[in-house]
Design a protein around this ligand. Structure first.
Ligand SMILES: [Zn+2]
Length: 320
């Protein structure tokens, strides 16, 4: 019989829970607001209760749980060391111990984007790939690096912070304290900020119409529609952000020569306007090795990469 695992993708805004089989089929899944302002005890209790309900509906208990956490984790002890994006900033919370005692199975923790990377490797575009680099482009930009079939985490689990490589030496200030990080140039908020500027400058009539003149509704998705409707300035802004991402991808390609680069996260929904520009930039900038030998693909798992990765994490018994 196929073994059943539990998966959690804990985010600052929403949390997804699922039960799934080792072959990657999800039996059931659910997405709820995290309500992180209520603190870790309430959040973890809610997760445990959702998973217990799922298990009793399935008539089968999961034999392991994988959970992706948005920040620094200690895999050995199963703790959240520091999760800065949650309302109460979790510090040294024994997530594995708390959920393990409620669910009665082993719990394995990992940073959320590294978990999504494991998802891409195990069930996504990276199946049968030994060298893979994952960029998650959303509210922030995270990443993960797989070498010789193994996720490389570094001594603190921080290896793969691809969004915080410097692209513009004197660029905008980043949340991390550096200037000109990729995240300040190609994340969802960075792209939308440029859209708002264009709208206010009278350079984006279609975008203005799409959002009814309301700047707070400008997102990369609306900008894509505006570009397709004929806003050249908006198209140029999207292309510029994609080219910055392309520079970051090129940097990683000449460093590691991966077989595959996967672009995921909410901004990857821009599709060809993003991916084609990244590919063109890589062709232009990667000269030391055959750029065409590296596949660059949009994630097929989308926003479920974290859940799939959590299943993989549980299935591997925490060995990544
Ligand atoms: Zn940064």
């Amino acid at each position: 019989m196929t073994r059943l695992y539990a998966a959690v993708d804990l985010g600052g805004t929403n949390t997804s829970c699922a039960l799934g089989y080792e072959d990657g089929r999800l039996l059931c899944e659910r997405r709820d607001p995290t309500y992180s302002h209520e603190g870790p005890d309430a959040v973890l209790e809610r997760i445990a209760s959702v998973l217990k309900d799922m298990a009793s509906a399935a008539g089968s208990e999961p034999i392991g749980l994988g959970i992706g956490l948005p920040g620094l984790v200690d895999r050995a002890s199963g703790s959240a060391v520091f999760l800065p994006n949650l309302a109460t900033q979790w510090r040294n919370i024994p997530v594995g111990e708390i959920l393990g005692s409620r669910l009665g199975c082993p719990v394995h923790v990992l940073n959320d984007v590294r978990t999504a990377t494991l998802g891409e490797l195990t069930y996504g575009a990276g199946t049968n790939t030994g060298w893979l680099v994952f960029f998650s482009v959303g509210t922030g930009i995270g990443g993960g690096v797989v070498v010789d079939g193994k996720l490389r985490l570094g001594p603190l689990g921080a290896a793969g912070e691809l969004g915080h490589q410097t692209i513009l030496p004197d660029g905008p200030l980043c949340g991390c304290g550096n200037r000109g990080c990729l995240e300040t140039l190609a994340s969802g908020p960075a792209i939308a900020a440029e859209g708002v500027r264009l709208l206010r400058s009278g350079l984006a009539p279609h975008l203005h119409e799409l959002v009814g003149g309301q700047c707070e509704y400008v997102t990369p998705k609306e900008m894509k529609e505006a570009a397709e409707a004929g806003d050249h300035s908006v198209r140029a802004a999207l292309t510029r952000a994609a080219a910055y991402l392309g520079i970051a991808v090129s940097n990683v390609i000449v460093t590691l020569h991966p077989e595959l680069v996967v672009i995921g996260g909410g901004v990857s929904a821009l599709g060809s306007i993003l991916i084609d520009t990244v590919k063109a930039t890589v062709r232009e900038r990667v000269t030391m090795l055959p750029a065409d030998s590296v596949r660059i693909e949009q994630s097929v798992l989308g926003d479920k990469a974290g859940l799939y990765g959590a299943i993989a994490l549980a299935m591997r018994n925490g060995r990544v």
